[in-house]
Design a protein around this ligand. Structure first.
Ligand SMILES: Nc1nc2c(c(=O)[nH]1)N[C@H]1C(S)=C(S)[C@@H](COP(=O)(O)O)O[C@H]1N2
Ligand SMILES: [Mo]
Length: 260
């Protein structure tokens, strides 16, 4: 299992490194939708997605660890304390007023309070979080399988993507605040290790790591795992969200399918 994962990673790294290596130094050129760099990145992105999807069968599990392998607290990264008023108000009352909304292409749009989410069947898993910046942390996550939540809202057949919209503002654009968002396909959404986590290492999920609810998508990189989730939208297409590339970092050049 480990060998397979390693060689798959090596194979993919070899195939995509040429396209992704210059990323750190050239964000500027990515703003231009027509740029040659962007074209190369987009081709590499859909190629990587197809190659990785071929190699990853839908029920392949990410490696799980034992308690003694948890060596340090989960390192908070990205937003660690959203300044948005809506979030601050909820946090001030220990998220008692929090409602997760599920909408878009579902037959029964729903809202769930934290108590309802915590009362659903839960899953606990010890996994390794890999950030694109090059660090990893092993941690224990507890939450409700996303598949169970989706089933309660009854996903319509045209839906292909699950979009997570977050509370935290990353920057202010011309038309107002730009908040973190992410998206995955339904195959990853229904994967048994994909959970909406409210617990970390046996405690309530701290604000620094995404309270009250963040998603775990164990076969992809850290930036896919949206923290501070405010709503979940089922969609047939990701073009209508953000700048249309499927996530805050994807809009800035990262790959949409960040398989590891
Ligand atoms: N809402 C939101 N989600 C986010 C981020 C963020 O800035 N805002 N950062 C991402 C990145 S790059 C990583 S590595 C992980 C960090 O999760 P952690 O703080 O629990 O380690 O969250 C991801 N999800
Ligand atoms: Mo990250």
């Amino acid at each position: 299992m480990t060998r397979l994962t390693l060689s798959r990673r090596r194979f993919l790294t070899g195939a995509t490194v040429a396209a992704t290596a210059p990323l750190a130094g050239c964000f500027d050129s990515l703003g231009d939708r027509q740029s040659a760099v962007r074209g190369v990145l987009e081709t590499a992105n859909s190629l990587t997605y197809r190659v990785q999807r071929m190699l990853l069968s839908s029920d392949d599990l990410a490696r799980e660890y034992v308690e003694s392998e948890i060596r340090q607290p989960q390192r908070p990264n990205g937003t660690t304390s959203p300044r948005d008023a809506a979030y601050q108000d909820l946090a001030a009352s220990d998220f008692r007023g929090y409602r997760l909304t599920i909408g878009g292409l579902v037959e029964m749009p729903r809202e769930f309070g934290l108590d309802e989410i915590r009362a659903m069947p839960s899953r606990t898993q010890i996994t390794r979080h890999d950030c694109v910046e090059g660090w990893s942390c092993i941690a224990k996550w507890t939450g409700v399988p996303l598949a169970l939540v989706l089933d309660q809202a009854k996903v319509q057949p045209e839906a292909r993507f699950v979009v997570f919209e977050c509370f935290d503002t990353m920057e202010t654009g011309f038309t107002g605040p730009i908040r973190y968002y992410e998206s995955i396909d339904l195959r990853d959404a229904r994967h048994p290790q994909t959970i909406l986590a409210y617990g970390l290492n046996g405690q309530a999920l701290p604000v620094a790591n995404g309270a009250p609810l963040r998603v775990r998508i164990e076969r992809q990189l850290g930036y896919k795992m949206a923290k501070y989730i405010r709503s979940i939208t089922l969609a047939s297409d990701i073009a209508a969200f953000g700048e249309g590339n499927g996530g805050y970092w994807e809009d800035r050049g990262y790959e949409w399918f960040a398989g590891i």
